[in-house]
Design a protein around this ligand. Structure first.
Ligand code: TYD
Length: 136
């Protein structure tokens, strides 16, 4: 996988005077079938989350509220996505290193994935990750 496989998905936005609405559903706006969602909140100023890659797990990250940066690395280069709108979903495929930082006060990171939680999925050592990705 490379940073070329990462996509910023412009989710549907139903504008309404009563308040706006966005959504996604399996294999439609997102390119996989959902198995799990989780969310990260109450992040103290200056904290980082999620410094790791997954062996075989895809995800979509949404800033449902507030803003934060998603720092991605494919073993060769780095790219930073600043998420600050609830209608953008950042699609991150497997084997991309990612961390999240610069959380604004009261930000809410919502993450949808295609796999159940499994510690075996994680690569938590960046040097190991680089070795794996550069091996092909
Ligand atoms: P972890 O994935 O390490 O968080 P981060 O990548 O943001 O640093 O998860 C932190 C803890 O939460 C860890 O003890 C496992 C637990 N956890 C679950 O039980 N289920 C889940 O779906 C997730 C994402 C984490």
């Amino acid at each position: 996988m490379s940073l070329q496989d990462v996509k910023l998905i412009n989710l549907p936005k139903v504008l309404d005077e009563r308040g706006n609405l966005s959504f996604f559903q399996n294999n439609d706006q997102i390119p996989f079938e959902l198995k799990r969602v989780y969310w990260i909140y109450d992040v103290p100023g200056g904290e980082h989350r999620g410094g790791h890659a997954y062996k075989d797990l895809q995800e979509v990250i949404i800033a449902l509220s507030g803003s934060f940066d998603v720092v991605l690395h494919d073993g060769k280069e780095e790219k930073v996505y600043s998420l600050n709108r609830s209608y953008y979903g950042l699609y991150v495929p497997q084997k991309i290193w990612r961390s999240m930082e610069n959380f604004s006060t009261n930000s809410l990171a919502f993450i949808a994935t295609d796999a159940y939680y499994d510690t075996q999925q994680y690569i938590r050592d960046f040097e190991e990750f680089k070795l794996l990705t550069n091996e092909g």
